[in-house]
Design a protein around this ligand. Structure first.
Ligand code: AMP
Length: 111
């Protein structure tokens, strides 16, 4: 079954897409946890970081570089990048994605 992110990428359901290339897209999170909350999502539906392999090395780097480019545009004051993996980390969509959060101060360690 297609994940919600695959459905957004294909246009089956709406989403605010801010960037698209041949490997990933950037979506504005529908339930933002910060003034800037973007999701960098690979087109390939990898279940999560724990399901990524050696063959995904380039793609994983690309996702971070796209996050950096988005941060240059939307998060000049600093940003946080998060990848939730698995139930205990709170992953709710089983399709790898990188959260880019900015626009407020963040505590450490995260909750
Ligand atoms: P995670 O909990 O790490 O799996 O992150 C999934 C994120 O996807 C959450 O922050 C959700 O708010 C977000 N999300 C779920 N459905 C949508 C949607 N239709 N459009 C945009 N973001 C979504």
């Amino acid at each position: 079954m297609a994940t919600i992110f695959e459905k957004i990428a294909s246009g089956e359901i709406p989403g605010e897409i801010l960037h698209r290339d041949s490997h990933c897209f950037v979506l504005r999170d529908v339930e933002p946890r910060a003034p800037v909350h973007l999701l960098i999502v690979p087109l390939e539906p990898i279940r999560g970081l724990s399901a990524a392999g050696e063959g995904d090395r380039w793609l994983l780097g690309h996702l971070l570089l796209v996050a950096k480019k988005m941060a240059e545009k939307f998060a000049p004051g600093g940003f946080r990048v998060v990848v939730n993996d698995g139930k205990s980390a709170g992953q709710s969509v089983p399709h790898l994605h990188v959260h880019l959060l900015a626009g407020r101060d963040f505590s450490w360690p995260p909750g």
